[in-house]
Design a protein around this ligand. Structure first.
Ligand code: V47
Ligand code: SF4
Length: 359
């Protein structure tokens, strides 16, 4: 093991790539602190001691979804109690509230609604831009983009062009789950394949939009599935350079239907974030999404290679419907304090990582 860490230290110093076999050995190792130290070093070389956050607001426009992934406690069927779909006036007032408190980003995702026409999505984007042209709209996963092609009877590039014209600025990283098909067949059999997620994302990047990438971990995947997932992302990033941030999402098990899945402990969460930083040498940013990790692990992750804490969020449903015990929202001062108390420098960013203010 010492030999592995010596050789990885040389690689980090030289900026050389780590291999799939090395990543797998790290996942199988219990040397959390040694892994974290290497990841922190790799991050320090890329990002110094600065930690990014933004002031954002999530809007989940509907929880009706034709897919019903087994890990998802958010989605509902038509007629089920608790189902909802926002009217455009609700979207407008949420965007207005966000703009009033200085948000720079609106993060919009939802279920695959059985009936809404493609025009609803265009109207939703226009509605947010009417509130303020300065709000960056990060919206729709590759899964939703693929769904829109069926609704609109358009190709992916055509759908992206229409969405861009209506105000879409970038995409979040959801829907990636675990890209390997064997795992997908068990946890989200109705969802687009991993291959399709990569194809759609490549077309998004080729259309000039940035996106993020996530990985849902801690359900029934093996370590090798995580390594394969990271490898597919690193390979796509080599070709497009369109990913901004990697976000490992810790699985929340409540109200879900994945047999045997128990959720993620702190050690696995920190190890996964750290290995992601080490393996994804072509990603500038690794985000600890505090909603799924909890505030304490998200803060600790700053010592394990992480340089981004996401944002204020305001109203989160996907993780909380599945039992996340983090708060619903964080104030800007709350995030700044979290970062300062970890001995790091808080930097407010916009969605594209332009620095807005150093605290
Ligand atoms: O794709 C669903 C995940 C994702 C559960 O790009 C679950 O900046 C944990 O992608 N436990 C949506 N996770 C959220 C997402 C995201 C969040 C924050 C920032 C960004 C970004 C992207 O949530 C889904 C799915 O992978 N998810 N159910 C669950 N039970
Ligand atoms: Fe639908 Fe997304 Fe939930 Fe899957 S994860 S059921 S696609 S809302």
């Amino acid at each position: 093991m010492n030999q592995l860490f010596r050789s990885l230290r040389e690689k980090v110093d030289a900026g050389t790539r780590i291999t799939d076999a090395e990543a797998l050995m790290l996942f199988e190792s219990n040397e959390l602190l040694a892994i974290g130290e290497l990841a922190a070093l790799a991050n320090r070389k890329k990002n110094g001691d600065r930690v990014f956050f933004n002031v954002n607001r999530h809007i989940n426009y509907t929880n009706l979804c034709v897919n019903r992934c087994k890990f998802c406690a958010f989605s509902k069927e038509s007629g089920e109690s608790g189902e909802y779909t926002l009217a455009l006036k609700d979207v407008r007032s949420k965007a207005q509230e966000a703009a009033a408190v200085g948000a720079t980003e609106i993060h919009i995702v939802g279920g695959l609604h059985p009936e809404l026409p493609f025009d609803f999505y265009l109207q939703m984007l226009r509605t947010v831009k009417e509130v303020s042209g300065d709000l960056h709209i990060k919206a729709f996963t590759a899964v939703e983009i693929d769904y829109f092609t069926h609704l609109a009877e358009l190709t992916i590039p055509q759908v992206i062009e229409e969405l861009k014209a209506a105000g879409l600025d970038s995409l979040p990283g959801g829907g990636a789950e675990i890209l390997g098909q064997q795992v997908r067949d068990k946890i989200c059999p109705e969802k687009i394949s991993g291959v399709r997620w990569l194809e759609v994302t490549e077309m998004v990047h080729r259309a000039g939009l940035k996106s993020n990438a996530t990985m849902l971990f801690g359900h029934l995947e093996e370590y090798r599935d995580r390594v394969e997932h990271l490898s597919l992302l690193r390979e796509l990033q080599d070709r497009t350079g369109g990913f901004q941030t990697f976000i490992p999402l810790a699985f929340q098990p409540d109200n879900t239907r994945v047999p045997g899945a128990k959720g993620v402990g702190g050690v696995d969460a920190l190890k996964t974030l750290a290995i992601s930083r080490l393996y994804l040498d072509n990603f500038q940013h690794v985000k600890a999404y505090w909603v799924m990790l909890g505030l304490k692990i998200a803060q600790t992750a700053l010592c394990f290679g992480v340089n981004d804490l996401d944002g204020t969020v305001v109203e989160e449903k996907i993780g909380h419907d599945a039992g996340a015990d983090s708060p619903q929202a964080l104030s800007k001062n709350g995030i700044i304090e979290l970062i300062r108390k970890a001995g790091r420098s808080p930097v407010e960013r916009d969605t594209l990582y332009n620095e807005l203010k150093v605290y």
